[in-house]
Write a protein that binds this ligand. Structure first.
Ligand code: ADP
Ligand code: 5GP
Length: 199
């Protein structure tokens, strides 16, 4: 039994919902899942590494990537640009790996337009108050940026209807289980397995 091409997943959620935390656990538990590394013009947070968390680029470099058609999608988010390098996504899908893009709503809808087979997953916190307290307790943004990200959360959540799955990140273990179950179920989809029982 051979694995065919991998499946493409897009994970979105307001800043502080726990996307990075949930995905980190899912990736540690599951084989053959590749998390796409985006390019961004945002400054690295403490501990973030170039090529691991993001490709941290200048505005000129980002513009060049767009001009050379090297991004599958890109969007502006709270004053910075973010984009998904196209080549690694296709390399990994063709190698039979599942690929996860952790990107915001505008980019998610662009990818869905280009790749209708992509599965869209929205991660939400149990409440707005929990979101605010998680974002503040993470301590990576100034209060001004926290406010802007919280404002953005309302419009992001308003687009949840475009998504295939909603994962509520209340208890971390449950959210990890939900997300990995969605990815596992995708592997059982007809079309995801090449079954040659009688060859
Ligand atoms: P995002 O990637 O969506 O911006 P993070 O993964 O950075 O969010 O999580 C934001 C903060 O919330 C982090 O400090 C993280 O440790 C915490 N967090 C994430 N998930 C949970 C959870 N289920 N319960 C409590 N705290 C959480
Ligand atoms: P952060 O600055 O917190 O790392 O990310 C801010 C937002 O940008 C998050 O919603 C994150 O999902 C999104 N993001 C990260 N990489 C990309 C990308 O390549 N494209 C798009 N459209 N959004 C991205």
């Amino acid at each position: 039994m051979n694995k065919k091409k991998g499946n493409l997943y897009i994970v979105t959620g307001p800043s502080g919902a726990g996307k990075g935390t949930v995905l980190g656990r899912v990736l540690a538990e599951m084989d053959n899942v590749f998390l796409s590394v985006s390019a961004t013009t945002r400054q690295p947070r403490e501990g973030e590494k170039h090529g691991v968390n993001y490709y941290f680029v200048t505005h000129d470099e980002f513009r060049q990537m767009i001009e050379q058609d090297r991004l599958l999608e890109h969007a502006e988010y709270v004053g910075n640009f973010y984009g998904t390098p196209a080549a690694p996504v296709d390399e990994m899908l063709n190698a039979g790996k599942d690929v996860v893009l952790e990107i915001e709503v505008q980019g998610a809808l662009i990818v869905k337009g280009k790749r209708p087979d992509a599965t869209l997953i929205f991660i939400v916190p149990p409440s707005f108050d929990v979101l605010a307290s998680r974002l503040r307790s993470r301590g990576t943004e100034s209060e001004e940026v926290v406010q802007r990200r919280l404002m953005k959360a309302r419009s992001e959540c308003a687009q949840m209807d475009a998504y295939d799955y909603i994962v509520i990140n209340d208890q971390l273990d449950d959210a990890v289980h939900d997300l990995s179950s969605i990815i596992r179920a995708g592997r059982c989809r007809r079309g995801s397995v090449a079954l040659n029982l009688f060859d």
